[in-house]
Design a protein around this ligand. Structure first.
Ligand code: ATP
Ligand code: MG
Length: 565
């Protein structure tokens, strides 16, 4: 995806093309103040694509000391719900943005839209039509062939006014009548071929209840809502470019001044290894492929939050991907990079063993116990140190031990020496196995002179392992996530259902991870790095008896120089 930018005059900060338009408008004194809006439909939870649009719209208003509305485009009562309204508000606040005044709803404008529709009928620009959906399709024509005019197109104006009032009052069943704009059935732009403005719908609306029996189409409501609110720059995604002439047509019929909201289109954010349409995400939720909208594998803002992503990392990501005019895909690894970058500074380090293997230090005193200094964050000295208990029996990762390791395996093996982080050098002497031949204990000796993990005589070890003392360890559940889909674009093959590409191994639950006791005091929302294993946070499923952790993201680099694996 290419990002189109212009240098501004001072040559300091590159402007994206939307900022260039706005700066030109400011210079031309076109508006007193910049006014943008974020207009979600409350029919699902927000995803990372919406986050892009939020950062853009709210960001522009912040940068240019303007205003930004949150407006719910609630024109389709069948799919909308207050649960979604609440979640959307929460997500926007969490991202760090505030909307102007109270929240706006398109449904607040239902009366004004209705009045405008009546005005269109009276001025000969709209009519009540009786074609059924199949006929509408047939009369519409195709992009290559012109459409045909509806036989109801020249219906008497007073009759249309009367029928439209009847539609509003619930006098007719659903589907009996439609209100359509009278524009041009031969227009090369299909959206101009007498588009539908209103449909009869006996649906309960989450805000207006049963008041309305007719609902405006999105295309009829959207541009006018911008107009009613005094929006100066109406930023939307590319698919609405072809709708723009229609929006302009409506506003020309409505406006009594020169003021027009200016629509500017940019490319949708698409991310690899996921899907981003709310309809598809809803399907994953309803068919229980995931545990809910905030399942940490989902691309929703609530899922990222639960998984341990910070608002800052998402805002930085949004900044980095820039604003494009052509559709393309952004590699999910860019998002992962953003969160690593942020957590590297913020997260304290701790030790946690995900797949424990017991190590016995044979030359350590039977009841010995000592507390060793461990650094909380090597990136930030002010975070200080903590004490980590050490004893005769420890856990290390199963994958850090091999009975017969290849030469390039730099972790523990028989007769090999490694460093235990912040503790001692240990050397493996032998292993104990169960009847099935599975290793149950790795026996080692330690070098008391290497306390703190420092070499006593200049001798080097290649591997450094994390560990947890057996008798001090706290047991917890750890959830590891992989990408939800096995292919970059699960929607690329139109012949196939996107669900065929779901990654069956996208969630791995570890029941008995062993963590250093320091973690007993962890607070909800605190982010940590389990050394070598990634960044983690406490999940909302945690109870007083059992901590549950999510892995936010793996570490790209680990300090054990593991090669030849
Ligand atoms: P979806 O197709 O995911 O259901 P939508 O466009 O129907 O999304 P809306 O609630 O209408 O969802 O979106 C609110 C705003 O967010 C719109 O202005 C829309 O253009 C923008 N938006 C939606 N998806 C993306 C995306 N992937 N990238 C950038 N902006 C987006
Ligand atoms: Mg939409």
């Amino acid at each position: 995806m290419t990002t189109e930018m212009n240098e501004n005059k001072e040559g300091k900060k590159p402007l994206n093309f939307i900022e260039s338009i706005i700066e030109d408008d400011i210079k031309a004194e076109k508006h007193q103040q910049i006014y943008t809006r974020f207009p979600p439909e409350p029919n699902g939870y927000l995803h990372i694509g919406h986050a892009k649009s939020i950062c853009l719209n709210f960001g522009l208003s912040e940068n240019y000391k303007g205003k930004c509305n949150l407006r719910f485009d609630d024109t389709n009562p069948v799919k909308e719900d207050v649960e979604y309204v609440e979640s959307i508000k929460e997500d926007i606040k969490w991202l760090g943005f505030n909307w102007e005044d109270e929240v706006k709803f398109t449904s607040d404008y239902f009366d004004r839209l209705y009045e405008f529709a009546v005005k269109l009928i009276k001025s000969g620009n709209a009519y009540v039509c009786e074609l059924n959906p199949e006929q509408i399709r047939e009369y519409r024509g195709t992009p290559k062939e012109p459409g045909k005019e509806s036989p109801w197109r020249n219906r008497d104006v007073t009759e249309s006014v009367k029928l439209f009032a009847g539609m509003k009052n619930g006098d007719f069943e659903e589907g009996k009548y439609l209100l359509r704009a009278k524009i041009d059935m031969t227009s090369p732009n299909m959206h101009m071929r007498d588009p539908i403005l209103y449909r009869i719908r006996f649906a309960n609306h989450h805000r207006t209840g049963d008041t309305w029996k007719i609902y405006p189409m999105y295309d009829f409501a959207h541009g006018q809502s911008d107009y009613f609110e005094g929006i100066t720059h109406s930023v939307c995604t590319l698919e609405f470019e072809v709708h723009r002439p229609l929006y302009d047509w409506f506003i020309d019929k409505l406006a009594d001044s020169d003021y027009r909201p200016q629509q500017i289109e940019f490319a949708r954010l698409n991310l690899t290894y996921t899907v981003m349409s709310k309809r598809k995400l809803l399907e994953l939720v309803e068919k229980k492929y995931v545990s809910g909208w905030d399942d940490p594998r989902m691309p929703t803002i609530s899922a990222f939050r639960r998984r341990g992503y910070t608002a800052e990392s998402i805002r930085n990501f949004s900044d980095k991907v820039g604003i494009a005019r052509r559709n393309g895909f952004i590699d999910v690894s860019l998002l992962e990079h953003s969160i690593r970058e942020d957590l590297n500074k913020k997260a304290n380090r701790v030790m946690g063993v995900l797949n424990p293997l017991k190590v016995v230090i044979d030359n350590y005193p039977e009841d010995g116990e000592e507390y060793l200094d461990a650094v909380n964050n090597p990136e930030d000295e002010s975070r200080g140190k903590r004490k980590v208990p050490f004893s005769k029996e420890l856990y290390i990762e199963q994958e850090d031990f091999m009975e017969n390791p290849p030469r390039k395996f730099f972790r523990l093996g028989i007769d090999r020496e490694v460093r235990l982080r912040y503790a001692y050098f240990i050397k493996c002497t032998h292993v104990v196995k169960d009847v099935e031949g599975k290793i149950t204990e790795v026996h080692c000796t330690y070098d008391p002179a290497s306390k703190g993990g420092k070499s006593p005589d200049g001798r080097k070890v290649k591997g450094t392992l994390h560990w947890v003392s057996v008798k001090h360890a706290i047991k917890s559940e750890v959830r590891l996530y992989d990408r939800l889909f096995t292919v970059e674009n699960p929607q690329a093959d139109k012949e196939k259902d996107f669900k065929e590409f779901i990654n069956k191994d996208s969630l791995k639950v570890i029941e008995n991870a062993m963590l250093e006791p320091h973690l007993k005091n962890i607070k909800a929302g605190e982010q940590l790095q389990f050394e070598r294993m990634g960044y983690f946070c406490v999940d909302k499923d945690s109870t007083t008896d059992k901590l549950v952790f999510n892995r936010t993201v793996t570490l790209r680099d680990s300090w054990a120089k593991v090669k030849g694996k």
